[in-house]
Design a protein around this ligand. Structure first.
Ligand code: OAA
Ligand code: MG
Length: 206
């Protein structure tokens, strides 16, 4: 099947899936469906792992250690990664979220600090309004009720009521090491109720 035909078949399946809100469609061997729970197309990280076992073996597809809590309206999300590396300071996080998200996911390596929050309700709303799909924090968030009302996916180690420093130290677009996994800016992240994957490859777009 040529690429244009394949695209039209997938588009047709997407439309049918959103009409039926049940059966979904298959792209590159991965089943995508529209879920009432996350109110958007969902993916199965387990299926991505099964279908791409060779990438798991080679290290191109990596599974983050299961250390994250689930927040936000979207239980499943994916997109290209933008990395931010900070420590108990969220100025650079805001700077990134003020830019157009275009369906990307921010990975914030906060060094695993459990001493203050790097993201709260305001940044959650900002992320949604700028078109980010999700935020993964190796650190804490706050304003949990507000974040749970935002139509984005959020993963963090825990919640903490204290705000962070506002000095502006840290780095953007650097490789980070989070939950036992190397994560590079520009790689792809896939998250659902089972866990979080990072890959060199985009498995879901055509
Ligand atoms: O201001 C902060 O540091 C985090 C916060 O509470 C918010 O984003 O609402
Ligand atoms: Mg707040």
């Amino acid at each position: 099947m040529d690429k244009t035909r394949l695209k039209s078949v997938v588009r047709h399946r997407q439309l049918r899936a959103s009409r039926m809100r049940s059966s979904g469609y298959v792209t590159r061997g991965i089943h995508i469906w529209v879920s009432h729970k996350c109110n958007m197309a969902c993916l199965a990280t387990a299926e991505i792992c099964d279908t791409n076992a060779r990438h798991v073996e080679s290290g191109d597809l990596r599974v983050l250690q299961p250390v994250f809590q689930i927040y936000g309206q979207r239980r499943a999300f994916w997109g290209p990664i933008v990395t931010v590396k900070v420590f108990e300071d969220n100025v650079l996080v805001r700077e990134v979220l003020e830019t157009k998200g275009e369906g990307r996911v921010v990975v914030i390596d906060g060094g695993g600090s459990l001493r203050c929050a790097l993201v709260g309700g305001n940044l959650g709303q900002l992320a949604h309004s700028m078109g980010w799909n999700g935020i993964v924090v190796n650190g804490c968030i706050r304003d949990v009720d507000e974040i749970n009302g935002c139509d984005i996916g959020v993963r963090a180690l825990a919640s903490h009521p204290l705000k962070s420093n506002k000095k502006g130290t840290g780095d953007k677009h650097v490789s980070v090491y989070v939950a036992g996994t190397l994560i590079r800016d520009g790689e792809w992240l896939y998250a659902d109720d089972d866990g979080i994957l990072v890959s060199k490859f985009d498995y879901l777009s055509l």
